[in-house]
Structure formats: C-alpha cells, structure tokens
Design a protein around this ligand. Sequence first.
Ligand code: PLP
Length: 395
Amino acid sequence: MISQEMLALGRQGSIIRAIFEYGNRRKAEIGADKVFDFSLGNPSVPAPESVAEAIRSALSETDPVVLHGYTSAPGSMQTRSAIAASIRERFGVPSTPDCIYMTAGAAASLTITLKALVLPGEEVLVPVPYFPEYRTFIENAGGKLTPVAPDGRMFPDLADLEAKLTPNVKAIILNSPNNPSGAVYSVEVIERITALLKRKSVEFGAPIYLISDEPYRELVWSGVEVPYLPCYYDNTVVCYSYSKSLSLPGERIGYVALSPTMEDRGEVFAAVCGAGRSLGFVCAPSLFQAVAAKCTAEHSDFSVYIENRALLLSALSEYGFDCIRPDGAFYLFMKSPEPDAYAFYEKAKRHELLLVPSDDFGVGGYVRISYCVSTEQIKRSLPAFRKLAQEYGLC
Ligand code: PLP
C-alpha cells in the first residue's frame, strides 16, 4: 500500500491547473484566439534584460564546474550576502547572510518554514482569501489551517483574528499583495495585526511567528506602499520568490529571510536548514542563485499589467460587475452575480471565459481573473464579458 493521502492529493490536483489544462484542450479544438484563459498566474512579460546579462556574465566569468555545481546547502555565500545587503539597503533592517536560506521559489520557502516551525496539531492562521496550496503545505508540516475572515476590503477582520489567536496557534501567514484579491495591507492594518500578535505572544508566553509570503512585493499599482514586516515584528519569516518580480517562475528561485531581530534566530535558522534537508530542498538552482545575486534591485517591466488592470476594471464595472479594486499582484477578484461561484464559472465557460471560482481560496461567491495575459487577449475577451453580464441582466 502506498500513501493514500499523497495518492488523493496527486489525483485531486488543483482546480487552477484543471482549468488551465481544459483551456489548452479547448484551444486545440477551436483555436487559441477564441479561448480567453484567465486561470494561471504565469507572468506574461519577459524577464528584464539584466537577467540575460547576469546569465551571460555568470557563464563567461565563472568556472562551469563551480557554476553548475552544488553550492552550500543554504545557498552560496555570495548570493546570501548580496540579498542581505539589498534588504539592509531597501528596508533598513540589519540583515546578514546567516538570516538567508536560498530556495526553489516561494513554494519551497513556505514548506521549509512551516516544517521548521510547526509542531503536529498546531494551527496556522490564514486570512481568507488565500493561495490554495497553503492547506497542502500546512498539513504536510502536520499543522492545521485555521481561516481568518476578511473584511469588505479583503483585509483580515481583526476581531476574528483576535478570536482565533489561541495558545495552539504557532504562526500566521500574511500574503500581501494578495493572491487572489490583489489587496495590499496598509501600514495601519499591519501595525494593528503585529500589536495583537505581540500582545498574545506575551500572554501565551510563546512566540507566534509571522510568515510573510511575498512573491508579489514589487507588483503594486497606484503608488501604495508594501510594509516590510520585519520592521514591525521581530518574529517574522519572509518567504520571497523571483517568480513574479523577475518573471522567472520556471527557474525556481527564491529565499527564506529571517528577521535579524528574531528571538532565538540561530536556532530557528538551524531548524530551517534541517527542514530544507528533510524535504530535499538544499542547494537551490545554482545558476539562478548567481542571477539573483546580480538582480536584487531589478524587476520586469510591469506596464502590460498596469494597462490590463485598467482595461479590465473599467470594462467590467461598465458591464455591471462588482470587483475588489486590486492595489497589487496581477489578479482581479470579481463578485459572482450568483451565490454559487462554480455555477458562474460554468456559465462564463460557455462564453470561452476561463475564470477561477473562489471556493478553493477559502471563500464562496467570487471568481479570480488573472490578468497576466496579453492585452490583446483582454481586448478580444471584452465582448464575451459583456454577453455574460447581459445574461445576468447586469447591463
Ligand atoms: N505564494 C503565492 C501567494 C503564490 O501566488 C504563489 C504562486 O503563484 C506561490 C506562493 C508560489 O510561488 P513560486 O512559484 O515561487 O513557488
């Protein structure tokens, strides 16, 4: 007998992937230009030129045996030093290389962090709506996902957060800019959340860790600020990835950064190294560690996302749809005109619009629209959105 739990997980797959695969089959049937696939969060803009330059210079300047060889388990000292320096410079936090553990993207950063922190049966709080894989990652670490209700802006409801903060809670994951809502938590909200966590940590006599999952940090619109959480809370673990900022999701590169002022940081870092070891996430891809070291301050050209966001927001509200105004990431969270988001998804599908129903994000009644697609696709899809709105009598 093999693991029934893993078998179920593998068979079930993710709804986002299932929609994406359906989209590919449908495109083969009726033509790629007739299917409007808004399912996946795969960046549609290329990596900046500085990434290609960093690859070229790594290839020409480094001994290939070293370049393609193993680095030390937590990552090369050169890369970890460059990232720590960048954190010091950008956020004024005294980071050092021994706070940084290089990973194969944010998924690995999260699984390592959860494995390092969570004891069997402990809870991890997750504000709704959330990235569906959190449940898998938390349960794999032996923990239990406890959802925290959202307020009208899709920020965590602070009364619900306080009610859920019991001595059994080991950590909370904050994801801002948020997938799927696009919400960016304000400084004021972060101050209130961290004040609550500090008060409860003292009351319970044990640290409650703040895990900041921030692959969308640089993707912010309308000039909003994304607070750097170690500036507000000592027991913070930042889970970062270059998948979205540098458009490198297939290269699998990111890091875990412990707050330098974390309690027992040396011990937590050793546990992160142990978790990496136990999960087989040692020595992140070495060529892309070299790229990360050279591109700490770079990001892709996001002008396409800015244009797509504006186009969609104005067209969809003109047609009568109700959207959460996204300040960041490349997702639009739109209210389903009927309570059952899955039924709405099915109706949208008849117009070749592939949207993701919100149930797997922990809340019913919405769909997620990934606008990291070509602007052409958005323009071509608008008549279908209009027809869908007409079907519901919205316009
Ligand atoms: N966290 C969030 C909120 C995400 O949206 C994603 C990917 O879409 C990840 C983590 C995983 O990122 P990565 O591709 O770097 O593993």
